[in-house]
Ligand binder design. Structure first.
Ligand code: FMN
Length: 246
Protein backbone atom coordinates (compact mmCIF):
# COMPACT_ATOMS: atom_id res chain seq x y z
CA UNK A 1 0.00 0.00 0.00
CA UNK A 2 1.27 3.49 -0.85
CA UNK A 3 -0.23 6.31 1.19
CA UNK A 4 0.19 9.76 -0.33
CA UNK A 5 -0.49 13.38 0.54
CA UNK A 6 -0.33 16.10 -2.10
CA UNK A 7 -1.19 19.77 -2.52
CA UNK A 8 -0.43 20.64 -6.13
CA UNK A 9 -0.10 17.11 -7.48
CA UNK A 10 3.66 16.44 -7.50
CA UNK A 11 3.57 13.89 -4.69
CA UNK A 12 0.42 12.24 -6.05
CA UNK A 13 2.12 11.86 -9.43
CA UNK A 14 5.22 10.33 -7.78
CA UNK A 15 3.00 7.95 -5.76
CA UNK A 16 1.09 6.93 -8.90
CA UNK A 17 4.31 6.24 -10.84
CA UNK A 18 5.65 4.22 -7.91
CA UNK A 19 2.44 2.23 -7.59
CA UNK A 20 2.54 1.48 -11.31
CA UNK A 21 6.17 0.36 -11.24
CA UNK A 22 5.93 -1.60 -7.99
CA UNK A 23 2.42 -2.92 -8.75
CA UNK A 24 1.08 -1.54 -5.51
CA UNK A 25 -2.20 0.08 -4.36
CA UNK A 26 -2.76 3.75 -3.50
CA UNK A 27 -4.48 5.48 -0.61
CA UNK A 28 -5.00 9.25 -0.28
CA UNK A 29 -4.02 10.37 3.24
CA UNK A 30 -6.03 13.59 2.89
CA UNK A 31 -9.24 11.69 2.09
CA UNK A 32 -8.70 9.50 5.16
CA UNK A 33 -8.03 12.53 7.36
CA UNK A 34 -11.00 14.53 6.00
CA UNK A 35 -13.46 11.69 6.31
CA UNK A 36 -11.91 10.46 9.55
CA UNK A 37 -11.76 7.10 7.79
CA UNK A 38 -9.45 4.41 9.03
CA UNK A 39 -6.77 3.80 6.39
CA UNK A 40 -7.02 0.47 4.56
CA UNK A 41 -5.05 -2.17 6.41
CA UNK A 42 -1.81 -3.71 5.23
CA UNK A 43 -0.98 -7.30 6.01
CA UNK A 44 2.18 -8.48 7.72
CA UNK A 45 3.72 -9.43 4.41
CA UNK A 46 3.02 -6.11 2.69
CA UNK A 47 5.17 -3.04 2.29
CA UNK A 48 3.91 0.37 3.36
CA UNK A 49 5.09 3.45 1.48
CA UNK A 50 4.43 7.10 2.38
CA UNK A 51 4.77 9.86 -0.22
CA UNK A 52 4.38 13.54 0.69
CA UNK A 53 5.79 17.01 -0.02
CA UNK A 54 8.37 18.74 2.16
CA UNK A 55 7.03 21.96 3.69
CA UNK A 56 9.62 24.15 5.37
CA UNK A 57 12.22 21.34 5.57
CA UNK A 58 9.88 18.95 7.38
CA UNK A 59 6.81 16.81 6.75
CA UNK A 60 3.55 18.83 6.89
CA UNK A 61 1.71 18.53 10.20
CA UNK A 62 -1.18 16.62 8.51
CA UNK A 63 1.21 13.95 7.30
CA UNK A 64 2.65 13.58 10.79
CA UNK A 65 -0.88 13.38 12.21
CA UNK A 66 -1.70 10.60 9.76
CA UNK A 67 1.47 8.69 10.63
CA UNK A 68 0.83 9.01 14.39
CA UNK A 69 -2.66 7.59 13.89
CA UNK A 70 -1.41 4.79 11.64
CA UNK A 71 -1.67 1.67 13.72
CA UNK A 72 -0.23 -1.05 11.55
CA UNK A 73 3.15 -1.85 12.98
CA UNK A 74 3.36 -5.22 11.28
CA UNK A 75 4.01 -4.09 7.73
CA UNK A 76 7.28 -5.81 7.07
CA UNK A 77 8.95 -2.94 5.16
CA UNK A 78 8.21 0.77 5.64
CA UNK A 79 9.61 3.47 3.37
CA UNK A 80 9.01 7.15 2.70
CA UNK A 81 9.51 9.32 -0.36
CA UNK A 82 9.29 13.08 0.00
CA UNK A 83 9.08 15.48 -2.91
CA UNK A 84 10.88 18.82 -2.67
CA UNK A 85 11.81 21.77 -4.85
CA UNK A 86 15.40 21.88 -3.66
CA UNK A 87 16.31 20.24 -0.37
CA UNK A 88 14.84 18.49 2.63
CA UNK A 89 17.11 19.53 5.50
CA UNK A 90 16.93 17.00 8.32
CA UNK A 91 13.18 16.62 7.68
CA UNK A 92 13.25 12.95 6.84
CA UNK A 93 15.59 11.92 9.64
CA UNK A 94 13.52 13.98 12.12
CA UNK A 95 10.40 12.17 10.94
CA UNK A 96 12.07 8.77 11.27
CA UNK A 97 12.75 9.45 14.96
CA UNK A 98 8.99 9.37 15.59
CA UNK A 99 8.09 6.97 12.81
CA UNK A 100 10.85 4.44 12.11
CA UNK A 101 11.55 3.79 8.43
CA UNK A 102 13.48 1.07 6.63
CA UNK A 103 14.25 3.31 3.67
CA UNK A 104 13.82 6.92 2.54
CA UNK A 105 14.29 8.94 -0.63
CA UNK A 106 13.70 12.48 -1.80
CA UNK A 107 12.55 13.28 -5.33
CA UNK A 108 13.19 16.78 -6.65
CA UNK A 109 10.15 18.23 -8.40
CA UNK A 110 9.14 21.74 -9.55
CA UNK A 111 8.90 24.23 -6.69
CA UNK A 112 5.37 25.34 -5.81
CA UNK A 113 5.89 27.80 -2.94
CA UNK A 114 5.37 31.10 -4.73
CA UNK A 115 4.74 33.36 -1.71
CA UNK A 116 8.50 33.23 -1.04
CA UNK A 117 10.14 31.92 -4.22
CA UNK A 118 9.65 32.17 -7.95
CA UNK A 119 8.43 29.30 -10.04
CA UNK A 120 11.11 27.23 -11.73
CA UNK A 121 11.60 28.00 -15.42
CA UNK A 122 9.83 25.74 -17.94
CA UNK A 123 13.17 24.16 -18.84
CA UNK A 124 13.97 23.39 -15.20
CA UNK A 125 10.47 21.94 -14.59
CA UNK A 126 10.92 19.62 -17.58
CA UNK A 127 14.41 18.62 -16.46
CA UNK A 128 13.27 17.88 -12.87
CA UNK A 129 10.34 15.77 -14.09
CA UNK A 130 12.50 13.83 -16.56
CA UNK A 131 15.04 13.09 -13.81
CA UNK A 132 12.23 12.18 -11.40
CA UNK A 133 10.93 9.52 -13.81
CA UNK A 134 14.32 7.77 -13.78
CA UNK A 135 14.66 8.16 -10.05
CA UNK A 136 11.18 6.75 -9.34
CA UNK A 137 11.98 3.67 -11.47
CA UNK A 138 15.10 3.11 -9.31
CA UNK A 139 13.14 3.63 -6.08
CA UNK A 140 10.52 1.11 -7.20
CA UNK A 141 13.26 -1.48 -7.87
CA UNK A 142 14.74 -0.92 -4.40
CA UNK A 143 11.32 -1.12 -2.77
CA UNK A 144 10.55 -4.41 -4.48
CA UNK A 145 13.85 -5.81 -3.13
CA UNK A 146 13.14 -4.32 0.32
CA UNK A 147 16.51 -2.57 0.28
CA UNK A 148 17.54 -0.48 3.24
CA UNK A 149 18.43 2.77 1.49
CA UNK A 150 18.72 6.34 2.77
CA UNK A 151 19.01 8.66 -0.21
CA UNK A 152 17.71 12.08 0.81
CA UNK A 153 19.04 15.41 -0.45
CA UNK A 154 19.51 17.35 2.78
CA UNK A 155 21.20 20.44 1.28
CA UNK A 156 23.27 22.96 3.22
CA UNK A 157 22.88 23.68 6.98
CA UNK A 158 20.15 21.00 7.21
CA UNK A 159 19.89 20.96 11.00
CA UNK A 160 19.37 24.73 11.13
CA UNK A 161 16.65 24.56 8.47
CA UNK A 162 14.64 21.76 10.07
CA UNK A 163 15.06 22.49 13.76
CA UNK A 164 15.26 26.33 13.77
CA UNK A 165 13.72 27.66 10.55
CA UNK A 166 10.83 25.16 10.40
CA UNK A 167 9.24 26.09 13.74
CA UNK A 168 9.52 29.79 12.82
CA UNK A 169 7.98 29.09 9.40
CA UNK A 170 5.06 27.20 10.94
CA UNK A 171 4.54 29.79 13.70
CA UNK A 172 4.77 32.99 11.67
CA UNK A 173 4.20 32.17 8.01
CA UNK A 174 1.56 29.43 7.66
CA UNK A 175 -1.80 31.12 8.05
CA UNK A 176 -5.00 31.62 6.10
CA UNK A 177 -4.93 35.41 6.42
CA UNK A 178 -3.55 36.81 3.21
CA UNK A 179 -5.51 34.69 0.72
CA UNK A 180 -7.97 36.72 -1.29
CA UNK A 181 -9.81 36.54 -4.55
CA UNK A 182 -9.89 39.05 -7.38
CA UNK A 183 -12.69 40.17 -9.69
CA UNK A 184 -12.14 37.34 -12.19
CA UNK A 185 -13.48 34.72 -9.74
CA UNK A 186 -16.45 32.88 -11.26
CA UNK A 187 -17.37 30.95 -8.12
CA UNK A 188 -16.59 27.66 -9.90
CA UNK A 189 -15.51 25.97 -6.64
CA UNK A 190 -12.34 24.36 -8.04
CA UNK A 191 -10.47 25.80 -5.04
CA UNK A 192 -12.87 24.09 -2.63
CA UNK A 193 -12.22 20.70 -4.22
CA UNK A 194 -8.48 21.18 -4.70
CA UNK A 195 -7.81 21.99 -1.03
CA UNK A 196 -6.47 18.74 0.50
CA UNK A 197 -7.47 19.75 4.01
CA UNK A 198 -11.00 21.02 3.29
CA UNK A 199 -10.14 24.55 4.41
CA UNK A 200 -12.14 26.46 1.78
CA UNK A 201 -15.89 27.03 1.48
CA UNK A 202 -17.91 29.17 -0.91
CA UNK A 203 -19.95 32.06 0.43
CA UNK A 204 -21.95 34.10 -2.10
CA UNK A 205 -19.96 32.30 -4.82
CA UNK A 206 -16.66 33.48 -3.40
CA UNK A 207 -14.05 31.33 -1.59
CA UNK A 208 -13.60 31.85 2.14
CA UNK A 209 -10.60 30.36 3.92
CA UNK A 210 -11.04 28.73 7.32
CA UNK A 211 -8.22 28.71 9.83
CA UNK A 212 -6.47 25.38 9.18
CA UNK A 213 -4.60 26.22 5.98
CA UNK A 214 -1.28 24.42 5.39
CA UNK A 215 -0.07 26.81 2.64
CA UNK A 216 0.18 24.05 0.03
CA UNK A 217 -0.91 26.59 -2.63
CA UNK A 218 -3.25 24.10 -4.34
CA UNK A 219 -5.99 26.78 -4.47
CA UNK A 220 -3.66 29.44 -5.90
CA UNK A 221 -2.18 27.21 -8.63
CA UNK A 222 -5.42 25.39 -9.40
CA UNK A 223 -7.68 28.42 -9.93
CA UNK A 224 -8.67 28.36 -13.65
CA UNK A 225 -9.02 32.17 -13.63
CA UNK A 226 -5.74 32.85 -11.76
CA UNK A 227 -7.98 34.92 -9.48
CA UNK A 228 -6.64 33.69 -6.13
CA UNK A 229 -3.76 35.64 -4.65
CA UNK A 230 -1.74 35.41 -1.45
CA UNK A 231 -0.80 38.84 -0.14
CA UNK A 232 0.82 40.94 -2.84
CA UNK A 233 3.52 38.46 -3.71
CA UNK A 234 1.69 36.03 -5.99
CA UNK A 235 0.27 38.61 -8.38
CA UNK A 236 3.48 38.88 -10.36
CA UNK A 237 4.17 35.16 -10.30
CA UNK A 238 3.09 32.45 -12.71
CA UNK A 239 1.07 29.38 -11.79
CA UNK A 240 2.23 25.78 -11.77
CA UNK A 241 0.27 22.95 -13.39
CA UNK A 242 2.02 19.61 -13.46
CA UNK A 243 -0.09 18.41 -16.39
CA UNK A 244 1.49 21.11 -18.59
CA UNK A 245 4.78 19.20 -18.29
CA UNK A 246 3.63 15.62 -18.74
C1 FMN B 1 4.46 25.47 2.21
C2 FMN B 1 5.54 24.91 1.33
C3 FMN B 1 6.83 24.77 1.82
C4 FMN B 1 7.84 24.22 1.04
N1 FMN B 1 9.07 24.03 1.59
C5 FMN B 1 10.03 23.43 0.86
C6 FMN B 1 11.30 23.15 1.45
O1 FMN B 1 11.55 23.36 2.62
N2 FMN B 1 12.26 22.61 0.66
C7 FMN B 1 12.04 22.32 -0.66
O2 FMN B 1 12.95 21.84 -1.33
N3 FMN B 1 10.83 22.53 -1.23
C8 FMN B 1 9.82 23.08 -0.51
N4 FMN B 1 8.60 23.28 -1.06
C9 FMN B 1 8.34 22.79 -2.43
C10 FMN B 1 7.55 21.48 -2.41
O3 FMN B 1 8.07 20.58 -1.45
C11 FMN B 1 7.55 20.78 -3.76
O4 FMN B 1 7.22 21.65 -4.79
C12 FMN B 1 6.61 19.58 -3.73
O5 FMN B 1 6.92 18.74 -4.81
C13 FMN B 1 5.14 19.96 -3.77
O6 FMN B 1 4.40 18.76 -3.69
P1 FMN B 1 2.83 18.64 -3.94
O7 FMN B 1 2.58 19.13 -5.35
O8 FMN B 1 2.55 17.20 -3.81
O9 FMN B 1 2.14 19.47 -2.94
C14 FMN B 1 7.57 23.83 -0.31
C15 FMN B 1 6.28 24.01 -0.83
C16 FMN B 1 5.28 24.52 -0.02
C17 FMN B 1 3.89 24.66 -0.61
Amino acid sequence: MIYYFSGTGNSRWVAERLAEAAEDRLCDMAACLRGQRIPPAVSETETAGFVFPIHGWYAPERVRAFLSAWRMPHANYRYAVCTCGDDVGKGMSRLSKHFPLDAAWSVTMPNTYIPMFSLDSDALCRQKIAEARTRIAGIARSVQRHERVWDVHEGSVPWLKTYIANPLFVRFVIRSKGFHVEEGCTGCGVCVHSCPVGNIRLEDDRPVWNSHCIHCMACVHGCPQKAIQYGKTTQRKGRYRLKDYL
